[in-house]
Design a protein around this ligand. Structure first.
Ligand code: C5P
Length: 253
């Protein structure tokens, strides 16, 4: 398993030149239906991007073996399984996921403190375990969607509550929208690893995302890593789209 990068002020890695520094903080979401399509995209982004997110669509279709060819190409993998089950089951799943070589693994903060602690304990003592990232409120949820699930709080208050709960359970990594990143950075301090989806460069289609920001703005607000899917993967030239995002990120660093 690759070594963990040193943490910097933003919980991300440091690099000499601004584009390399930006590259270490941009995660491309491989939301595609099969391994061949995913690896084709990875190859088209060779030399431009170095972090890839394997989410549920790809993982369910291609299975755990899809991670190894990405890792073999020298890239970092973020395994976005958003685990949410009883503590014993999530602990076992986290242990299994840790064997796959991923550098980050998600679980839902709303699974509660016992579930978060069980996952953390399951990885204790492993060499280079993945960073556990607690997903606060999905970036596709607005107040109306949240209310429909019985949560009366507005998204920002719910995100803050879940992050405080996660920190008490020993979690330092969180996924939240650009709109809450400044609050979470203030809560976690420089040690927090804040991974931010819902990123839309100017002119990109918003799709189903609700709480969004541009790449530069998200970094300025305190993001450690940005997750970008469709604005790169569905662009006519994904490498060009990624390069434009990296340029915007590097200008903000
Ligand atoms: O295509 P787009 O840029 O919207 O992709 C965002 C990615 O981030 C998707 O893979 C989605 O599953 C993920 N994500 C999210 N909101 C969260 C956690 C993860 O959009 N809270």
């Amino acid at each position: 398993m690759p070594a963990q990068p040193p943490a910097t002020q933003t919980g991300a890695t440091s690099a000499a030149d601004p584009i390399s520094a930006a590259r270490q903080r941009l995660i491309v979401a491989l939301d595609v239906p099969d391994a061949a399509t995913a690896l084709h995209l990875v190859d088209r982004l060779e030399g431009t991007c170095s972090w890839f997110k394997v989410g549920l669509e790809l993982y369910v279709a291609a299975g755990p073996s899809v991670l190894q060819p990405i890792i073999d190409r020298g890239h970092n993998v973020f395994l976005d399984l958003k685990l949410h089950d009883i503590p014993n089951t999530v602990a076992g799943a986290a242990r299994s996921a840790a064997q796959l070589g991923a550098r980050m693994l998600t679980l839902h903060a709303s699974g509660g403190p016992a579930m978060l602690s069980a996952a953390k304990d399951a990885l204790a003592g492993l060499t280079n375990p993945p960073e556990l990232l607690a997903v606060t409120v999905l970036t596709s949820m607005d107040a109306g969607q949240l209310h429909a699930t019985g949560v009366g709080r507005i998204p920002s208050s719910q995100v803050e509550l879940l992050a405080k709960m996660g920190m008490e359970a020993g979690i330092r990594g969180f996924v939240c929208s650009p709109q809450e990143v400044a609050t979470l950075r203030a809560l976690t301090g420089p040690e927090g690893v804040l991974v931010i989806p819902g990123i839309r460069p100017a002119g990109a289609a918003i799709g189903d995302q609700k709480r969004i920001a541009g790449p530069a703005e998200a970094l300025r607000l305190g993001a450690s890593y940005l997750v970008v899917g469709r604005p790169i993967t569905q662009a006519p030239n994904p490498a060009e789209a990624a390069a434009a995002i990296l340029k915007e990120m590097s200008d903000a660093l």
